[in-house]
Design a protein around this ligand. Structure first.
Ligand code: PEP
Ligand code: MG
Length: 867
C-alpha cells in the first residue's frame, strides 16, 4: 500500500503524535470526541522528512494528496477553496511532536485574493477586507521573513491619513489603501508579487513550515534537549472561523481552572469582534472571560461544560483557544495548561479527589522545576516583570532576596546586628565567610560555578544565591561595580537565585509555606518508589529542616564544614599546618570534643536513620588564612614567627589543589586525622545510644578513593579503633565503612572497591570535574562560551552528563553489584537534587539520592515520576 502523507482530522487520533505532530494529533482527537473543532487536514511529519531527503522539494505525489484532502475538506465544510462564492479560508500552523521555539507561527485567512475578496465582502462585509490585509501581513512576516516594522509603518500612515485611532476603526476605503501599501511592501521586501493563487499560497506556507524545522533556534533547542533532527514537523491546515464578524463574535484563551491559584473556574480573557492574534499580541486589552456569562450565557455554559469534558478526557487542566463566530462556539486548540506551583499542587489534589486523575497522574503532572516556588520566598511576579535586571549570573540556589550590600562577612554581621537584611557580595566565598553567609539574606559572587563553595553552602542553607555573575567587578577599594554602576556598602540590591538575575534596590519578597495539598502530593510520591531521599546536612539545624521536608537519612556530612565557625577554623588550620605529629595531635585534641559534640547533636536529631559522615576532604587552600591579621593571629597561637608561618603556608601551595593533597590522600599522610574523626563518631554514637536508647546507623565515608588499597589502608585502621572503643564501652554500635566513588578510576575498579566497602556513594561533583577535566571552581567562566557557541546546552555540574559521566556510573554499578548484589548505592553530589539526573539514578538502580534540605521535596516527587 502506498504511504499516506496527508490526513483529514477525522482520520487521526491522539496516538498519532509522531505522524501528525502534537497539534495535529490533538485536533484529530478533539474531532473524534465530537467537539466543535473547525475541520482541517494535516500534512504529516513524514512529508517533512521526505522534503529534506529530496532536496527540499515537496514531492508531486504529496502535492496531489494535499489537493485530494483539500477537496475532501471542501465537502465536509460545504465551502470551496479559492471560490468567490462561499469560499473556504484556512489557517496554517506548524506542529512537531513536541512544541519548540523557532518554529513557524500561524498564518490566517489563507485562500484570499482580490477575486475571492469580492465574494467574501458580500458575505461578511468589512471583515473580508480586514482579513485580506491580515493575510498579506502574516504571510509576509511569518512565511517570508519581512520585518513587521514595514507593515506597522504602512498601517500608521493610513491611520494618520484617515485620522483613525486604531486598526479596529478602519473603513473599507482605508483598508483598501492598507492592502495596496502592504502589497507594495511585500513586493519590495520579498522580490516578487504577493501570490494571488490560493493553491500557491498554500504550498508556499507548507514549505515555510518545513523550512522552519531547521532554523538555528529550533536546531539548538533540539540539540539542547536531545531531540532528533529526523522527527520533522507536521503542518496543520484548518478551516478559518471568524471571531471578527461583529459583536456576537469573539475570540480568546481560557483555562479550565485558574492557573494562578488552582480554583475550579473557567478562567481566561477574550475580545469581541477580533481575531486570535489580537489577544496574544497584547495590542488590545482583553476582557475577563466571566463577562461572557452575561453577554452570551448559553455559549458560556456550553464552553464551561466542554472544558469539564476535556479535563475528564485528558485527565488534566486544559488551556484552550476558542472563537465564537456569530454566536457559535468553536474550540481551536486544547492542551495541558501551564500553572504556578501553588496552582499545580491544588489542581492535582482536587482532581484526584474528584476522580479526574489517578494519584500517579497527579504526581506526574507536577512540574518539579516550579516546586522551588513553594519552598522559598519569591518576588511578586507583577513587580518583577517591570524591573530591568542589572546583572545575570548562574542560578545557584533558588529564592528571592533583597538587602544592603556587604563586601565581607564582618560587615554582613554588623548590618545583621543592626537589624538589616543583607546581601553578601564577594568575588567568591571561602570557609571564612560562613558566618557572614549565615546572617545574609542572599549571596552574590562574581566568580564560581554551580558546585563552587558559595553555591553548595547556600543551597544547604536554603539561601538565595547567584554565582559567576560576570557583571560584577571590584575596584581597588573592594567596592563592587555592577554593569557600570558603583554600589557602596549599605546600598540595596535584590537577587533571584532561581533565575540568576540581579536587580537594583530592595524588591519586596513574599514568603511561602508548605500547604496541606503539597504534603499530600509528597506522601503519594513516597508510596510510588522504593528509593530513599537523604539529605546533605552539616548541622543539626540542617538535619531538622531536611526531616521536616521528609528526608529519611543523611547522605553526606561534609565534616570540614563543621569547622567553618570562627572558633573552630583556627584549630583546623593549626592541624593542617602542623609540622610534627605532636603539634598535630595537640590541634586534633582541640577539635575532638567539638567534633564529637557535633555528632552527638546530629545523632540525637536523626536517631535510627542512617547518618553518613564523610571524613575530612578539604582542598587545603580553602582553609588557609589570607589576611595579614589572620596570619599574625595564627602565628601567635602556633608560637611561631609570621615569616615561618608564611613559609609553611607557601609550602602548602598546590598548582592544582582540586587534584592535590585532599580526600583520602590527606588521611593517608596523616592517619591521626581519620582516627580522631573515628573516635568522635563512635564515642558520640555510644553516648547517644545510651541516652536515647535507639539503634543508630552511623556510616563512615572515605572520600576520593581511586584504588582499593587506599580504602583498605584507612578502613583497617578505622575499623580497628572503632571496634576497640565499642568493645570497651559495652554498647553495640552498628557502624559501617564505605566510600565515595568520585574518580573515573574508582568507577572502573568499583568491583574491587565494593568487595571491601560497606556502601558506595557517588560524588558526582568531583566525578564530573575529573571526567571532563574541567575545574569545578573555574569552569563557569568558559562554559558560558560553550553555551553561546552551541557546543554544550547545559551545565554538567548542575545536570548530570547523560552521555559520558553516566557511562562511568553504569559501569561502576554493574561491577559493584556483580560482586556484592545488595551493596547500598547512592549519590551525594549536587546532581542528587536535580530532577533530570534523578531520573538517571533511578534507572541505574540506586538505593538513594542525597541532596540539600530544600531539594528534598523536589527529589521525592521526581523519584515518583515516570520521566
Ligand atoms: C562530590 O564530589 O560530588 C561530593 C559530594 O563531594 P564534594 O562536593 O564535597 O567534593
Ligand atoms: Mg567530592
Amino acid at each position: 500500500m502506498q504511504k499516506q502523507y496527508v490526513y483529514l482530522f477525522s482520520e487521526g487520533d491522539a496516538s498519532m503524535r509522531n505522524t501528525l505532530g502534537g497539534k495535529g494529533a490533538n485536533l484529530s482527537e478533539m474531532t473524534r470526541l465530537g467537539l466543535p473543532v473547525p475541520q482541517g487536514i494535516v500534512v504529516s511529519t513524514d512529508a517533512c522528512v521526505r522534503y529534506y531527503h529530496e532536496d527540499q522539494v515537496i514531492a508531486q505525489d504529496v502535492v496531489d494528496e494535499i489537493d485530494a484532502k483539500l477537496a475532501a475538506l471542501e465537502k465536509v465544510t460545504g465551502k470551496t477553496f479559492g471560490s468567490k462564492k462561499n469560499p473556504l479560508l484556512v489557517s496554517v500552523r506548524s506542529g512537531a511532536r513536541i512544541s519548540m521555539p523557532g518554529m513557524m507561527d500561524t498564518i490566517l485567512n489563507l485562500g484570499l485574493n482580490e477575486d475571492v475578496l469580492e465574494g467574501l465582502y458580500e458575505e461578511m462585509g468589512i471583515t473580508a477586507y480586514d482579513s485580506y490585509r491580515r493575510l498579506i501581513q502574516m504571510f509576509g512576516e511569518v512565511a517570508m521573513g519581512v520585518d513587521k516594522e514595514h507593515f506597522n509603518r504602512d498601517m500608521e500612515t493610513v491611520l494618520v491619513k484617515y485620522n483613525f485611532e486604531s486598526d479596529h476603526d478602519l473603513s473599507v476605503e482605508a483598508l483598501k489603501d492598507v492592502i495596496v501599501k502592504y502589497k507594495d511592501t511585500y513586493l519590495r521586501e520579498v522580490g516578487h508579487e504577493f501570490p494571488s493563487d490560493p493553491k500557491e499560497q498554500l504550498l508556499l506556507a507548507v514549505e515555510s513550515v518545513f523550512k522552519s524545522w531547521n532554523t538555528d533556534r529550533a536546531k539548538y533547542y533540539r540539540k539542547m534537549n536531545g531531540f532528533s533532527d529526523d522527527w520533522g514537523t507536521a503542518v496543520n491546515i484548518q478551516e478559518m472561523v471568524f471571531g471578527n464578524t461583529g459583536q456576537t463574535s469573539a475570540t480568546g484563551v481560557a483555562f479550565s481552572r485558574n492557573p494562578a491559584n488552582g480554583v475550579d473556574e473557567l478562567y481566561g480573557e477574550f475580545l469581541y469582534n477580533a481575531q486570535g492574534e489580537d489577544v496574544v499580541a497584547g495590542t488590545h486589552t482583553p476582557l475577563p472571560l466571566i463577562e461572557l456569562r452575561d453577554t452570551m450565557p448559553d455559549v458560556y455554559e456550553e464552553f464551561r461544560k466542554m472544558s469539564k469534558d476535556l479535563e475528564a478526557h485528558y485527565h488534566d487542566m486544559q488551556d484552550m483557544e476558542f472563537t465564537i463566530e456569530k454566536g457559535k462556539l468553536f474550540i481551536l486548540q486544547t492542551r495541558s495548561g501551564k500553572r504556578t506551583a501553588q496552582a499545580a499542587v491544588k489542581i492535582a489534589v482536587d482532581m484526584v479527589n474528584e476522580g479526574v486523575m489517578t494519584k500517579k497522574e497527579a504526581v506526574n503532572a507536577v512540574d518539579v522545576n516550579v516546586i522551588d516556588g513553594l519552598l522559598h520566598p519569591q518576588f511578586d511576579t507583577k513587580v518583577i516583570e517591570t524591573e530591568v535586571p542589572i546583572g545575570k549570573g548562574l542560578p545557584a540556589s533558588p529564592g528571592a532576596a533583597f538587602g544592603v550590600v556587604a563586601y565581607d562577612a564582618k560587615k554582613a554581621v554588623e548590618y545583621f546586628d543592626k537589624g538589616k537584611k543583607v546581601i553578601l557580595v564577594r568575588l567568591e566565598t571561602s570557609p571564612e565567610d560562613i558566618e557572614g553567609m549565615h546572617v545574609s539574606n542572599g549571596i552574590l559572587t562574581a566568580k564560581g560555578g554551580m558546585t563552587s563553595h558559595a553555591a553548595v553552602v547556600a543551597r544547604g542553607m536554603g539561601k538565595a544565591c547567584v554565582v559567576g555573575c560576570g557583571d560584577v567587578s571590584f575596584n581597588a577599594e573592594g567596592i563592587a561595580t555592577i554593569s557600570g554602576e558603583t554600589y557602596p556598602e549599605g546600598t540595596e540590591i535584590s537577587i533571584d537565585g532561581g533565575t540568576g538575575l540581579v536587580y537594583k534596590g530592595g524588591l519586596q519578597t513574599q514568603d511561602v509555606s508548605i500547604s496541606e495539598d503539597f504534603n499530600t502530593i509528597l506522601n503519594w510520591s513516597d508510596e510510588m518508589t522504593d528509593m530513599k531521599v537523604y539529605t546533605n546536612a552539616d548541622s543539626p539545624a540542617d538535619a531538622l529542616k531536611a526531616l521536616e521536608f521528609g528526608a529519611t537519612g543523611i547522605g553526606l556530612i561534609r565534616t570540614e564544614h563543621m569547622f567553618f565557625e570562627s572558633d573552630r577554623i583556627r584549630a583546623v588550620r593549626e592541624m593542617i599546618i602542623s609540622q610534627t605529629v605532636t603539634q598535630r595531635q595537640i590541634a586534633l585534641r582541640k577539635i575532638l570534643p567539638m567534633q564529637k559534640q557535633d555528632f552527638v547533636d546530629i545523632f540525637s536529631v536523626m536517631k535510627e536513620l542512617p547518618v553518613t559522615i564523610r571524613y575530612l576532604d578539604p582542598p587545603l587552600h580553602e582553609f588557609m588564612p589570607t589576611t595579614t591579621q589572620d596570619i599574625e593571629d595564627l602565628a601567635l597561637v602556633m608560637n611561631m614567627s609570621t615569616t615561618d608561618l608564611r613559609e609553611v603556608i607557601r609550602s602548602l601551595h598546590e598548582y592544582n589543589p582540586m587534584m592535590g593533597h585532599r580526600g583520602c590522600r590527606l588521611a593517608i599522610t596523616y592517619p591521626e586525622i581519620a582516627l580522631m574523626q573515628t573516635q568522635a563518631v563512635i564515642e558520640a554514637a555510644i553516648q547517644v545510644t545510651k541516652t536515647e536508647n535507639v539503634v543508630l546507623q552511623p556510616e563512615i565515608m572515605i572520600p576520593l578513593v581511586g584504588d582499593v588499597a587506599e580504602f583498605n589502608y584507612l578502613a583497617t585502621r578505622i575499623r580497628k579503633l572503632a571496634d576497640e572503643l565499642i568493645e570497651a564501652s559495652g554498647i553495640p554500635v552498628n557502624y559501617r565503612v564505605g566510600t565515595m566513588i568520585e574518580l573515573p578510576r574508582a568507577c572502573l575498579l568499583a568491583d574491587e572497591i565494593a568487595l571491601e566497602a560497606d556502601f558506595l556513594s557517588f560524588g558526582t561533583n568531583d566525578l564530573t570535574q575529573m571526567t571532563y577535566g574541567f575545574s569545578r571552581d573555574d569552569a563557569g567562566v568558559f562554559l558560558k562560551d560553550y553555551y553561546d557557541k552551541g557546543i554544550y546546552g547545559s551545565d554538567p555540574f548542575a545536570s548530570l552528563d547523560t552521555r559520558g559521566v553516566s557511562q562511568l556510573i553504569e559501569i561502576a554499578v554493574e561491577k559493584a553489584r556483580k560482586v556484592k548484589p545488595d551493596i547500598k548505592i547512592g549519590v551525594c553530589g549536587e546532581h542528587g537534587g536535580d530532577p533530570k539526573s534523578i531520573a538517571f539514578f533511578k534507572k541505574a538502580g540506586f538505593n538513594y539520592v542525597s541532596c540539600s534540605p530544600y531539594r528534598v521535596p523536589i527529589a521525592r516527587i521526581a523519584l515518583a515520576q515516570d520521566k
